[in-house]
Ligand binder design. Structure first.
Ligand code: AMP
Ligand code: ZN
Length: 123
C-alpha cells in the first residue's frame, strides 16, 4: 500500500505529518512524528503521533506494537531534550485520550507528553 493510503484527507494530524499544516516539529523518524502542542498545558507539552493514520488507541492491534513501544521508549528522551528535569525530581506525564468519554478531540492516535515546573494549566 502506498503511504497516501494511510493518510486521511480530512485529518489535521495527517496534514501536519505531510507538511500541509505548519507545526513545531521536534522529532521525526520512520514511524513517528513529534511536535509541540499548539495550546500547551505546561512548560513542556508535545504530541507524539504515528505517521500512519490510526484513529485512536482503541484501534491498536498487534501490528502496532512495535510503533507503540518505540513511542514509549522515545518519550523520556524527548522529554529531557525539551526541558523536563530528570526523574525522580522531574519527570513528565503521558496522556492518551481515547474516544469521546476519554476526551479525545483529534481522531488520529496521539500521546501527550507534559512536564516542566508546576503550576500547569491543567492536571
Ligand atoms: P485530544 O483532546 O487528546 O484529542 O488533544 C488534541 C490536542 O491537539 C490538543 O491538546 C490541541 O491543542 C492539539 N492540537 C490541535 N491542533 C493542533 C495543531 N495544529 N498543532 C499542534 N497541536 C494541535
Ligand atoms: Zn490522521
Amino acid at each position: 500500500m502506498s503511504d497516501s493510503a494511510h493518510h486521511h484527507p480530512d485529518c489535521i494530524f495527517c496534514k501536519i505529518i505531510a507538511g500541509q499544516i505548519p507545526s513545531k516539529r521536534i522529532h521525526e523518524d520512520e514511524h513517528v512524528f513529534v511536535f509541540h502542542d499548539i495550546q500547551p498545558w505546561a512548560p513542556v507539552h508535545f504530541l507524539m503521533v504515528p505517521k500512519r493514520h490510526i484513529a485512536s488507541m482503541a484501534q491498536a492491534g498487534p501490528e502496532h506494537a512495535h510503533m507503540l513501544g518505540h513511542m514509549m521508549v522515545l518519550a523520556p528522551k524527548l522529554a529531557l531534550q525539551e526541558g523536563c528535569r530528570p526523574y525522580p525530581e522531574g519527570g513528565f506525564r503521558i496522556v492518551c485520550n481515547t474516544g469521546e468519554d476519554g476526551g479525545q478531540e483529534v481522531h488520529h492516535l496521539h500521546v501527550h507528553v507534559i512536564g516542566g515546573p508546576r503550576p500547569w494549566k491543567k492536571g
